[in-house]
Design a binder for this molecule. Structure first.
Ligand code: M6R
Length: 616
């Protein structure tokens, strides 16, 4: 939510910042802006505009910025104040000496704003951010440098924030700060960067510095220093980014999302890499929880949001089946507000692609206060959720740029399966050869996903028939139920159409009243091996078809019993029921992507959304 870039070095700052914003505009696209420090003039120049980055590009072409080598930029997901030019960042202090960009929400901004206004300050926006620019400027005008000013101002603020600020009187310095919002430093040669994530500077350096909570970081062209809000020295953790610029480009696809769907075989293979020890046993080297600690666990609570929550629902089926440990799955936004029963026998598993989702972050903090262990399943190295967890399984999907999660989801599923199998190994609830067999089945999944992708053109043709359909239903049972929910979410967020997923057995308890002539109902049929499950699903399909629905059925190859009930039939590869979500979700992703494309929507940047939701 909101993308931030800061640059100081020898290159033209405008180019570095605008390219950084371009690679991060999936974080928010309500407005974009840039401020640069004019060399030798102790002044700063600012351009900003509501709407997508293209609008800022236009302004920059009409009114070029002066050459500069220090600057900051921002792409916004609106919280306080609508998506207008005035509310766009950067914001300036009273004397236009300090410029600041911000991600997060300052909770005590109303009283600070009142204090500033009663002291005669003029605030020009409805944002909470602008007060920070004024407060910083008051501090530097009082004689301290921007680093000390940031420490003092942050100490007064409540809420979540990342700031990056510049002071026109100190053109070689950029100062950032973070509390509960992401900020990472890019380490260059004779230049340094700040960004909401590494995409901001990946073109220039793959060396990064992770910054902890409640820190201020100062970059100049030759150095980086980190302090606490009380001014005492601190440090970050240096790491190497294991992906490069090519991963953040579209490679000939029309959308990042489509590219990421087609990357799934590779992503799943990467998520499985290096997970077996020399003895053939599962070895999760980032686990950091001892076998003894894991054996103590008598309950698991999975917390996540959106697509990650649906991955968690699949994990529940897998963990309970393989490990016989009770599992609850809970929306992270609900978790801490219902007084959950967690203790040191509880393992809380937080699933988050971005590692920055505020709801999930607050939920794990709550869990840790209750003394439970927290394990993160995360795609983003250096992000806050894994850093604040006792253990982590990285999903290794590579950067996911499309706002709609695809490869992030399938690799989360793989990590969940690995966790379940690992717990089964440690607890001895499955024999070693059974675990080896499932791992081998998982290793066959990249090829199975590839097979589904081979039918993409048929799915696209079907999707294009539905540009006028107002409603879609998705039905599944067992592990197919969360897939139905995920299919519906993809359609909602991309096509802006009413779409609902149901457990097929639940239909007759109410939702079947929605069915009318021609309603498209997408049905995920479990593999035939689980006869009861399969038969019950077939009954559900017949029930909706008898009431006029058009059934679009996903069923495994060789399942002939389903054929009479399918108006449209897509074949899935034969895989075990618990692993079926890995293949069944792919046609639903392709369907939503193509339908939204045919409707003329921006697939990578759906309206009202942001990739990483860093506010509660
Ligand atoms: O980064 P996270 O996995 O924590 O994000 C959770 C949700 O915001 C995310 O999955 C969201 O639902 C996606 N847009 C779905 O495509």
């Amino acid at each position: 939510m909101c993308g931030i870039v800061g640059y100081v070095g020898d290159q033209p700052a405008e180019g570095v910042i605008i390219e950084g914003l371009r690679r991060m505009d999936y974080r928010g696209y309500d407005s974009a802006g840039i401020a640069v420090l004019v060399p030798g003039e102790s002044s700063l120049e600012l351009r900003k505009k509501a709407g997508k980055l293209a609008n800022l590009d236009k302004i920059l072409a009409e009114e070029p910025l002066p050459a500069a080598t220090t600057g900051i930029g921002h792409t916004r997901w609106a919280t306080h104040g609508g998506p207008t030019d005035a509310n766009a960042h950067p914001h300036l202090g009273e004397e236009r000496r300090v410029a600041v960009v911000h991600n997060g929400i300052i909770e005590n901004f109303a009283e600070l704003r009142a204090e500033l206004e009663s002291a005669g300050h003029h605030l020009h926006s409805e944002t909470d951010t602008e007060i920070a620019a004024h407060l910083l400027e008051l501090e530097v005008a009082g004689g301290v440098d921007l680093t000390a000013a940031m420490e003092r101002v942050c100490s007064r603020l409540e809420g979540a924030f990342t700031f990056v600020a510049v002071d026109a009187a100190d053109p070689e310095r950029i100062v950032g700060a973070r509390r509960n919002s992401p900020l990472v430093v890019g380490l260059g040669e004779g230049e340094n960067f700040l960004g909401s994530d590494v995409a901001a500077f990946i073109e220039h350096t793959r060396e990064a510095l992770e910054i902890d909570q409640d820190k201020v970081v100062t970059i100049t062209r030759s150095g980086v220093s980190v302090t606490n809000f009380d001014g005492t020295p601190s440090e970050g953790r240096r790491y190497h980014v294991d992906w490069d610029l090519s991963a953040a480009q579209k490679d000939g696809f029309d959308w990042f999302m489509r590219k990421e769907i087609f990357e799934q075989p590779r992503a799943v293979a990467d998520a499985l890499l290096g997970r077996r020890g020399l003895d053939g046993k599962l070895a999760l080297d980032e686990m950091r929880l001892s076998d003894d600690e894991l054996r103590e666990i008598d309950k698991i609570i999975i917390i996540a949001a959106g697509t990650s929550f649906y991955a968690g629902m699949v994990a529940k089926y897998a963990i309970e089946h393989w490990c016989r440990i009770p599992v609850e799955v809970e929306l992270s936004s609900e978790f801490r507000y219902r007084d959950p029963i967690v203790d040191n026998g509880t393992l809380v598993v937080a699933i988050s692609q971005s590692g920055e989702t505020a709801d999930t972050l607050q939920a794990i903090r709550h869990a840790r206060i209750q003394r439970s262990k927290v394990l993160a399943i995360c795609n983003t190295n250096g992000s806050t959720i894994p850093r604040e967890s006792d253990a982590v399984i990285y999903t290794h999907a590579g950067p996911e740029i499309g706002v709609a999660s695809t490869k992030g989801y399938v690799t989360q599923l793989v990590a969940c399966y690995l966790l379940a199998l690992y717990l089964a190994q440690v607890k001895g609830t499955r024999f070693g050869d059974e675990i080896t067999q499932v791992v081998a089945q998982l290793e066959g999944m990249p090829a199975a996903i590839e097979q589904v992708l081979g039918q993409a053109d048929d799915i696209y043709a079907l999707a294009r028939e539905y540009t006028e359909a107002p409603t879609f239903l998705f039905l599944g049972r067992h592990a197919g139920y969360p897939v139905a929910l995920e299919g519906a979410l993809k359609l909602k967020e991309l096509a802006y159409r009413h779409a609902e997923g149901f457990a097929a057995g639940e239909l007759k308890h109410g939702p079947i009243a929605l069915v009318e002539d021609g309603l498209p109902v997408l049905c995920i049929v479990p593999p035939q091996g689980r006869d009861q499950l399969h038969d019950k699903m077939l009954s559900g399909i017949q029930e909706v078809r008898a009431r006029g629905a058009r059934t679009i059925v996903l069923a495994e190859a060789g399942d002939e019993r389903v054929t009479p009930f399918a108006d449209v039939l897509f074949r899935l590869p034969k895989v075990p029921v618990l692993l079926q979500p890995l293949v069944a979700v792919v046609p639903l992703q392709l369907f939503a992507c193509e339908l939204a494309t045919a409707m003329g929507h921006d697939v990578d940047q759906p309206r009202n959304l942001a990739k990483s939701v860093t506010v509660e």
